[in-house]
Design a protein around this ligand. Sequence first.
Ligand SMILES: Cc1cc2nc3c(=O)[nH]c(=O)nc-3n(C[C@H](O)[C@H](O)[C@H](O)COP(=O)(O)OP(=O)(O)OC[C@H]3O[C@@H](n4cnc5c(N)ncnc54)[C@H](O)[C@@H]3O)c2cc1C
Length: 455
Amino acid sequence: MTEARRHAIVVGASIAGLGAARALANHFDHVTLVERDELATGSESRKGVPQARHAHGLLPSGYRILSDYFPGMMDELVAEGAMRGDLTGDFLWYQYGGWKLRADSGLEAIVVSRPCLERKVRARVAAMLKVTLLQGHDCESPVFDPEKRRITGLSVTNRATGATVTLEADLVVDALGRGSPSPRWLASWGYGQVEETTVPIEVGYATGVFERRPGDLYGSLGAVIAGTAPQSTRFAAILGAEGNRWIITLAGCLRDYPPTDFTGWKEFASTLPTSDTLDLVKDREPIGPIASYRFPANRRCHYEKLPDFASGYLVIGDAVCSFNPLYGQGMSVALSEAYALDHCLASDDRDLAQRFFREAARIVESPWAIATGEDYRYPQVQGRRPPGFGIVTRYMARAHRVAARDPVVLGRFFRVASLLAPPTAMMAPGIAWRILLAGIGAAPEIGPARKVALA
Ligand SMILES: Cc1cc2nc3c(=O)[nH]c(=O)nc-3n(C[C@H](O)[C@H](O)[C@H](O)COP(=O)(O)OP(=O)(O)OC[C@H]3O[C@@H](n4cnc5c(N)ncnc54)[C@H](O)[C@@H]3O)c2cc1C
């Protein structure tokens, strides 16, 4: 049974909205992408996505979806100064008190600023003949028909003129991000309260942009330097970006917010477990002011648990689930959900919302377990730990140390972290025995300076 597929509206033209529009263009005659901001053609960040000024890593899972949806786009980004490399051979990872082995794992990744990536994806979506980008328009609310129990359109206001109009649609997709009013709207249409899970982490970011010079950071494309919970709450993410730049984000959990004055920022950097961040900036000045961002809590809306849902309506991206950003998952999860939407629409429309939200819940499961599993290592973080939490935490701490030497464990760990395999893949027998029987400490740590060539 197929409903009319004349017009779909996606509201919110950030990564989730762009992914959704790309997916819907495979199934609808016309797709309108509504966005509040006037979208710049350059790579400057915009008001609706304030997080874009901070380090944004794209996991290999998201990289693969973007490469599939937009063939050649990654090559274009590289031609514009982005850098592509192997997630473990060309990036440096200091976690759980040690450096991971620097060896290729075959997981391709790219470093590029978030505004540049978003602009490129937007250009590709906007170039699709079926897609219209309606920028400078505020979403007021979806239009609900109580008799048909369905959404029939979207009410929008032109920010320049103040004129409000209703756009008719067969499907409306909310990609409004973490502040989405969907739970409130659904309750007002009589669908009850959407169950929410929150795990507060109160992480603060402070990001500076710096010149990138040849040979910096052992010739790598970036580094993550993470303090070990629960003793340390501090992290750094150093990512190369187009224009020979480093985007360097310092972060602190549990209100251990990094300062935004350069002197205080460097002092914070000096308390990280390695000196690499400070060494990198000690003879440079930030390009422009240091930007800050505060993120209160992991938050998940369980739309899959609602017994009934308005026809012609879906929610995607951060509006469904937003994670502690330290694990770099949000964009890749949003893109995976767009992919799932595409597949859901490839069959008929029966129970579309139920099928889509079931899929979205399945997609969210692993990144949610990874992000909250790490956050729960701080005893102050509230929330019910999953069964066996203590054992799994000790096992994973050991896995991290083994991944400093064993390329097989290294590869498996980063497939899981990249959302290409579920966390249970770390427990597979062939991996578990390597983790449990490895002679940790028997050989000296290899460190980040040398890339190890595997036979
Ligand atoms: C500090 C920080 C760092 C992050 N780092 C990473 C990272 O390293 N890797 C990663 O993958 N993810 C990261 N994320 C998450 C990532 O930014 C999001 O997951 C990603 O942008 C997808 O979100 P979204 O498209 O669902 O929503 P958003 O990006 O929040 O976009 C919502 C869109 O809706 C628009 N909008 C809002 N209200 C209206 C309205 N009324 N009418 C019309 N339009 C409206 C906004 O302008 C915006 O374009 C980070 C997040 C934060 C906060």
